[in-house]
Ligand binder design. Structure first.
Ligand code: UDP
Ligand code: MG
Length: 136
């Protein structure tokens, strides 16, 4: 059975800064994910705080919001078969040191905070996060 999904991906400031956007996009497109929308933007700390609200009780929340708003990011809608899980597989574990070989985070991540990419973790969050960046 086919399960076409959409998910939100973000290329974070550390990767945009190092000109890794095209290389990361190529990993998605060569692994059955289509890039339906893509935009390069910089968000405010307040917007980052809203986006990462689920983490508001975590010790790293403040730093995370400062970081995501510290420079340009690329927000994308990825579409394909099991896109949410497929994107999470291509990203690898949150901590690049623990990420599987050849995942985006193992290839490009610098540290647990500067880990190059974000990806929605569930259908519900994918819808919310797509709407956050691409509402008309
Ligand atoms: N993060 C951090 N320190 C931590 C854990 C997470 O700075 O100890 C950051 C990191 O950038 C991560 C984001 O917070 O990508 C969201 O954390 P989550 O656990 O949702 O990881 P993800 O879903 O991005 O793998
Ligand atoms: Mg997460």
């Amino acid at each position: 059975m086919s399960n076409q999904e959409q998910t939100l991906s973000i290329i974070k400031p550390d990767a945009v800064e190092r000109n890794l956007v095209d290389e990361i996009k190529k990993i998605f497109t060569s692994n059955n994910l289509k890039i339906k929308e893509s935009k390069k933007i910089q968000i405010s700390k307040e917007e980052a705080a809203e986006f990462y609200k689920v983490h508001q009780s975590k010790p790293f929340y403040e730093h995370l919001c400062s970081y995501l708003s510290s420079g340009p990011i690329v927000a994308m809608i990825l579409e394909g078969e099991n896109a949410i899980l497929q994107n999470r597989k291509l990203m690898g574990a949150t901590d690049p040191k623990k990420a599987e070989e050849n995942t985006i985070r193992s290839l490009y991540g610098i540290s647990i905070d500067k880990n190059s990419v974000h990806g929605s973790d569930s259908n519900e969050n994918a819808k919310k996060e797509i709407n956050f960046f691409f509402k008309n």
